[in-house]
Design a protein around this ligand. Structure first.
Ligand code: HEC
Length: 122
């Protein structure tokens, strides 16, 4: 028989290292339930599309009518700026136009893990 113990050990190691910050699969469910009313990955709606969000300047989707405040913020989206934005957009960027926040830190971590998988640039 194959050395079964080693195989199980490797599997455990892989699963604990996968999503240290948040769980992208749970994050997709949060996204669909909480963000999907205004956003989609590939299409601008009430809010801008999210494909290619990580590493992009705030307010940079061509053709989307952002608030002047968000465009002027010079933020770059990463796990830290997104956590602050989703906690309280108005505290991070006074004058912005997203009337929504996520108070649950675990949901923020999960949705940020999901957003980090959306690599396609618009
Ligand atoms: C009620 C509608 C609404 C909901 C719900 C909403 N958003 Fe937004 N979102 C907006 C609008 C409008 C903007 C543009 C804000 C501006 O121009 O100041 C925006 C902007 C953003 C941006 C900045 C994008 C960029 O290109 O700079 C991110 C990131 C974002 N939203 C993430 C989320 C996430 C994640 C959720 C779910 C937890 C969410 N939003 C829920 C309306 C919404």
């Amino acid at each position: 028989m194959a050395p079964r113990g080693h195989w199980v050990g490797a599997l455990l190691l892989a699963s604990t290292g996968a999503f240290a910050a948040g769980d992208a699969v749970r994050g997709q469910q949060v996204y669909e339930a909480r963000c999907g009313g205004c956003h989609s990955v590939e299409t601008d709606r009430v809010g801008p599309r999210h494909a290619g969000l990580f590493g992009r300047r705030a307010g940079a989707v061509p053709g989307f009518a952002y608030s002047p405040a968000l465009v002027a913020s010079k933020l770059v989206w990463n796990a830290n700026t997104l956590d602050r934005w989703l906690t309280n957009p108005e505290a991070l960027v006074p004058g912005q136009r997203m009337g929504y926040s996520l108070s649950d830190a675990a949901q923020r971590a999960d949705v940020i893990a999901y957003l980090s998988t959306l690599k396609t640039t618009p």
